[in-house]
Design a protein around this ligand. Structure first.
Ligand SMILES: NC(=O)c1ccc[n+]([C@@H]2O[C@H](COP(=O)([O-])OP(=O)(O)OC[C@H]3O[C@@H](n4cnc5c(N)ncnc54)[C@H](O)[C@@H]3O)[C@@H](O)[C@H]2O)c1
Ligand SMILES: [Zn+2]
Length: 389
């Protein structure tokens, strides 16, 4: 590949609250099924913040390059790749999957047993998720490219919408799916970060009668209101009571799009069980809970010893009494991304309403800081590592 440079810029994890733009080697084809893309867009995710804050097993200064929400143009393909060619525009599920293990065959690509043995599933640029470099970089190696790539129409149209197919649009949709949602039902979504907003938007697209969205960040609650949801500020009073009062009873479904770093009514003190417990209390008997929010088996910065081991205290008796169903886990992006791409191209979905900032790779360290503090309206940041957008 004579035109390709030898080194490139990439976002490197230096340690808690510190990422930097580092010059690293451009990835090479390592296996006949690989492809290399020139990254046009790589998003920063709320999941990256868990690593950024030092709340995972990720170690700084070890060469970890972030970025699991990636799209770009194919630069080179290995000899085993048959469905893709140089110049194709693709978006990648954050999951790296081999397409040939039993879980992949069943459609559970987030739980591929082949790409990251000993752990459930693989991903780009994420601690414990396998040796796959992240795409917050100018180039990215795509393993099992035929299986993992989703082809997009050529050109630049819908770039921000398509970028969200890598993770948050499918993940929000998945949260609603996991809850067992049916059209016409009522649903409460906890968390109005990008994933929560995508869950709320998916519920709207799927014909919810009422969608409640709980958070406290004003810009995020406003975004929920703009798509027709009922905003609930958890700092004002108990969100469960607010929802039951406004709805005239409990809701059919509830989604946790917050995860283990949930905070209590003070807005700053972490309480890992608060949202899960509220889900149980706000949902009708025989209703369902979707839990795409992340929970980890060990958390070095947990507020108490029990949750440090990933053990979360729940009103399980209430869950039993109500006969609630629940579903959780990483999203199998491939189960949804084609259909959601087609909703975007046909003009029926425009998930990019969540995007707050488009930036150059050099501005990424500052963007991490602001996104982490949830200030200046930083809701969803798209990095364009090769400039032009
Ligand atoms: N399952 C998956 O495949 C998958 C994929 C992507 C992200 N995630 C996870 O989903 C979660 C959300 O991701 P995001 O990018 O939207 O993150 P985010 O951090 O931007 O958003 C979380 C939101 O929750 C709000 N919040 C905190 N405590 C709350 C409470 N008690 N009640 C209601 N809201 C509360 C915060 O104010 C924030 O706006 C994260 O845990 C992330 O790791 C899971
Ligand atoms: Zn993500």
């Amino acid at each position: 590949m004579p035109s390709q440079p030898k080194t490139m810029k990439a976002i490197h994890y230096d340690g808690p609250f510190k990422v930097s733009v580092k010059e690293v080697d451009v990835p090479k084809i390592q296996h006949s099924d690989d492809a290399i893309i020139k990254v046009t867009t790589a998003a920063i995710c709320g999941s990256d913040l868990h690593m950024y804050q030092g709340r995972t097993a990720a170690e700084g200064g070890t060469g970890l390059i972030f970025g699991h929400e990636n799209m770009g143009i194919i630069e080179e393909v290995g000899p085993g790749v048959t469905l893709l060619q140089k110049g194709d525009r693709i978006v990648l599920p954050f999951n790296v999957a081999d397409g040939r293990c039993q879980n992949c065959e069943k459609g559970f690509t987030a739980f591929c047993t082949g790409v990251n043995p000993g752990f459930a599933g693989g991903a780009y640029g994420y601690v414990s998720m396998g040796p796959y470099m992240g795409g917050q970089a100018q180039y990215l190696r795509v393993p099992f490219a035929d299986f993992n790539a989703l082809k997009l129409p050529p050109g630049k149209e819908h770039e921000s919408d398509f970028a969200l197919l890598a993770d948050i649009f499918p993940t929000g949709w998945h949260g609603v799916e996991l809850s067992g949602f049916q059209p016409g039902e009522t649903i409460a979504v906890f968390g109005a970060g990008p994933v929560g907003l995508m869950a709320a938007y998916s519920a709207q697209l799927r014909g919810a009668s009422k969608v409640f969205v709980v958070d406290t960040v004003p810009e995020r609650l406003d975004a929920a209101k703009k798509i027709g949801c009922i905003p609930i500020d958890f700092k004002k009073s108990d969100p469960v009571k607010q929802i039951i009062e406004k709805n005239g009873g409990m809701v059919d479904r509830a989604v946790d799009a917050v995860g283990y770093q949930a905070v209590d009514a003070s807005g700053s003190k972490e309480k890992p069980n608060i949202v899960l417990d509220q889900l149980i209390h706000v949902t009708k008997p025989t209703g369902g809970l979707g839990i795409p929010g992340l929970y980890v088996p060990s958390d070095p910065g947990a507020p108490d010893a029990q949750s440090g081991k990933g053990q979360i205290l729940l009103s399980f008796g209430k869950l039993f009494e109500k006969g609630l169903k629940l579903g959780t886990g990483q999203c199998n992006v491939k189960a949804y991304n084609r259909q959601l791409r087609d909703l975007i191209t046909s003009g029926k979905a425009k998930p990019s309403f969540v995007v707050s900032h488009d930036i150059n790779i050099d501005d990424a360290p500052g963007a991490y800081e602001k996104f982490d503090k949830r200030i200046d309206g930083y809701t969803k940041v798209l990095i364009h590592p090769n400039g032009d957008w």
